[in-house]
Design a protein around this ligand. Structure first.
Ligand SMILES: [Zn+2]
Length: 286
């Protein structure tokens, strides 16, 4: 599990205080686990609808401009709105995400809408949303049913198996598998894009080529930092995967983290058009 040192949002600080100063990631993981157990969901795929009904949350589906939200009505009734235009996978993850929000003390009295406008994984500085994504992953891919059964050793084939069994996106499956790994591993998500420093030139109308760049990376049991927007080297296994349809494997350094040494990498391209990305699982050779 990735751990952080400092949490700033008031609601997150209250959660920590209410749990005697424990790490909120562990608090949320336990909350999700309890919810799942109490709702009697003991096999994959976990059904968020059953959990919602256990919690007494009323679900509404319609066309919305956001992915989902949960709110407490003045009488205390929790209502969850889910965008029915999203893929079923995405709706499941959104539902699971929304069901974590009530874990935060004071949630019901706040009566504020929580909008999730995009499916992108929340940055860690959006603390409550980040923790709800973590809880959603824990709900849909419980450690008890995933750890040791789906492993980074098996690489992308286990990511795809978890994606099918848990009915979550490939990306969510890869994130969770690395988070639960009992050995050092890195998950890298890359897209063909510009970097922020390209913007002035783009505004001037210059033709700046796009490159395969790091969107984000997650590491387990490993102190390695793969910088955002770092480009992958031409001819690397990452670039090879960007133009292939299958899994590409190789032993290489990670973009911007050459000092961390060599990794066994499996990379594969998923999605299409603006949702196209290369996902990679990397394990250190030493
Ligand atoms: Zn949210």
């Amino acid at each position: 599990m990735p751990t952080r040192r400092e949490w700033r949002e008031p609601l997150v600080r209250r959660l920590i205080d209410d749990h005697g100063g424990q790490n909120p990631e562990a608090i949320i993981e336990r909350y999700a686990e309890r919810l799942r157990q109490q709702a009697g969901q003991h096999a994959l795929p976990v059904d968020p609808a059953v959990i919602a009904s256990y919690l007494g949350v009323r679900r509404r589906r319609a066309d919305y401009s956001f992915a989902g939200r949960i709110l407490a009505e003045p009488n205390g009734q929790l209502v969850m709105d889910i965008n029915q235009q999203d893929s079923l996978e995405r709706q499941r993850f959104t539902e699971a995400h929304e069901m974590i929000h009530p874990a935060f003390p004071g949630f019901e009295s706040e009566l504020r809408y929580r909008l999730d406008a995009s499916m992108e994984r929340y940055a860690e500085n959006r603390e409550e949303e980040y923790l709800c994504d973590l809880g959603a992953a824990a709900l849909l891919m419980p450690a008890e049913l995933v750890a040791e059964r789906y492993t980074v050793k098996a690489g992308m084939s286990d990511v795809e198996r978890l994606h099918r069994d848990a009915q979550v996106s490939i990306e969510a499956a890869a994130n969770r598998m690395v988070a639960l790994s009992d050995e050092p591993a890195v998950m890298i998500c890359m897209t063909v894009s510009h970097k922020p420093a390209d913007r002035p030139a783009l505004r001037k109308g210059l033709d700046v080529p796009r490159r395969l760049r790091v969107r984000y990376a997650l590491a387990s049991h490993l102190n390695v930092y793969v910088p955002r927007f770092k480009g992958a080297d031409d001819g690397s296994v990452f670039c090879e995967a960007a133009v292939s349809s299958g899994v590409c494997s190789g032993t290489t350094t990670l973009p911007g983290a050459e000092h961390a040494g060599l990794f066994r990498v499996q990379a594969k391209r998923y999605g299409s058009d603006d949702r196209e990305r290369v996902l990679a699982i990397a394990r250190p050779t030493a």
